[in-house]
Design a protein around this ligand. Sequence first.
Ligand SMILES: NC(=O)c1ccc[n+]([C@@H]2O[C@H](COP(=O)([O-])OP(=O)(O)OC[C@H]3O[C@@H](n4cnc5c(N)ncnc54)[C@H](OP(=O)(O)O)[C@@H]3O)[C@@H](O)[C@H]2O)c1
Length: 227
Amino acid sequence: MKTIIVIGGSKGIGKALIDKLLISCRVINISRSTPEISHNHLTHHSCDVINDELPNIEQADGLVYCPGSINLKPISRLSIDDFKSDFEINVLGAVKVIQKYLPILKNGNQPSIVLFSTVAAKLGMPYHASIAVAKSGVEGLVKSLGAELAPTIRINAIAPTVTNTELASKLLRNDKMIENITERHPLKKFLNPEEVAEMAVFLLSDSCASISGQIFQMDCGIVSFKI
Ligand SMILES: NC(=O)c1ccc[n+]([C@@H]2O[C@H](COP(=O)([O-])OP(=O)(O)OC[C@H]3O[C@@H](n4cnc5c(N)ncnc54)[C@H](OP(=O)(O)O)[C@@H]3O)[C@@H](O)[C@H]2O)c1
């Protein structure tokens, strides 16, 4: 049975991921709040990945880093501190956990790392400057570490469009906004956390043993199609 470290399994995509992983894996969750679910194969560490020391873990075969941000403002209202905090939670937090757990992952069974980007790293959209910068950093990290850690550890990222989680709640706060977001996507939908989690489960699995250094757009067509 594999052991997967999930950073941010208390909410959103990470929460949906834990539910799926627990069917066949041991899960070690790290987040500031405790997941609602309890399970024999779930261990939780309360920790702020930016400000706290990360817990010591003895063994793991996979790592998923879920923390992120949606901080949408015109460039004139984005402060340098906004850019720094978006970069910190999206990129430096991921770097910190990868550096901490790399030694145990190297000893893991077909180890795999999964990070999260966003469609805004590929599709230019107003007010997305800070998150586009930060997630482009995530994509650069995936490319570089994919090469550096081969052939031992695979690393990939998922780049979702709007996903129905607490993080995106401001974008989906009324029926009109939900309708607008649905209509903007060529597939006439946006994402639910379970379908994004399903992709993460695949990227962690041995079925994906030949895939590393890739960014998977889960875009409901918004980046790929002009209809
Ligand atoms: N939702 C979207 O529309 C969307 C779109 C594109 C990309 N993404 C990306 O997908 C990823 C997951 O998004 P999501 O919507 O599932 O986010 P979410 O609902 O905000 O969940 C984030 C998880 O990370 C944990 N977390 C946040 N800051 C932390 C910290 N400092 N230390 C430890 N844990 C921390 C949170 O738990 P605690 O609060 O308990 O610490 C939570 O479990 C993010 O990287 C996001 O940028 C999301």
